[in-house]
Structures are given as structure tokens and as C-alpha cells.
Design a protein. Sequence first.
Length: 221
Amino acid sequence: MSVHLNHKQERVISLTEHFVKNELYYDNTGHDWWHISRVTNIAKKIAIIENADVFICIIASLLHDIADEKISGDEEIGLYRVEHWLKKNEVLNGDIAHILEIISTMSYKGGTNKCTMSTLEGKIVQDADRLDAIGAIGISRVMCYSAVKQRPIHHPELTPRTVITLDDYRNSGTAIMHFYEKLLKLKDLMNTDYAKQLAAGRHEVLEKYLEQFLYEWDGIK
């Protein structure tokens, strides 16, 4: 499979990669440049399979965490930075609107975000981001984020929450609780067939990890 991008699109992609790499390279929450790179690669592959707009998928994937309030501290400010960057690099107004819509509606946000992606490109970028949240990589990212937030690994007396504020979702609970509150739900939330295939295997990794973790936590009885 191949993709055809024009010279201007290739230039914008290259500049955006450099911009995001400088911004997120040393992030230690699991939202670093390598997360962005993986999400972008997966989104590009799905976009080709689905015959979607590859340029939109790539740029939205590259910039999605620049606007995330976990990174920017304020989603509105983050979205403004994304919009400014795209305008500065003369991206078409229609493409800017599409990219901003994807970025502003794709986040899980503890299940409080009930928005559905309105375009194929949005569904693809959301799938790619969610795939990087599960499997072996997802486990590593949960532990990184929990360490930064000083969130304990596990507390057997705590149970997963069904009603939760965004602030609590971001900053309280335990690493293991996060599996039940988000990660184990993602397999059934995938949009595209290819993402569903990948998610099935990664979901099994989560289940096996939790089984082993809880066995070791209880110790030999």
C-alpha cells in the first residue's frame, strides 16, 4: 500500500514532526514523542486501508497531545496553539477545522466524554490513540503516568468507580484501577475493523497481566 501526498503536505508533516518532537520528547507521563510516533504510524496504516485522508490523520495524530489538558494544562490554550501552528504553516481552513474537531473530541476523559467521532479520519485517529493505551505498551504507560501523579500501584480495598469526575479520573485511584476504569473497555470502543483486530490481541495481554499481577499480589498462601 502506498500514499500520495503533495509537496506542501509533506513539508507540513516534516515541520510538524519537528515541532512536536521538540515539545514532547522528554515527557515522562507516557505522552512523549514515541507515543506520538506510534499513534501516527498506526493511524497512517489504518487511513490507507480505509481510503481516508492520510494527511488529516497524520497531522491530527502528531498534534493531538499538544492540545491535551494533561500536557498543556488547559485544553483551550492547547487548541489555540494547534490552530496557530496550522495557520502559520498555511494549512487549508477546512483542514484546520477538521483537525481541531478530531483533537477536541477524541479523548476518553474517564468515560465522561460521550462525543462520537463524526468523520472517518476522526475514528481512525481515535482508534490509533486507544490502541497505544492497551497491550504491553499500554501497561508501561499506565505505570509511567501513575508514578508521575504519585498514584499507588494497587490498593485491594478500592474498587473501580462507575461515576467519576474528570479531576478524580486524572489524579486519584490506583494504576490497577485504571485498567478497569478505562483500558479494559477500549477493545469494544474501536471504530475500524483493523483496529478491532489489533485490539483483540492487546486486550488479551492486559487480561493476562492482571491475572498474574493479582496472583503475585496475594502471594503464596
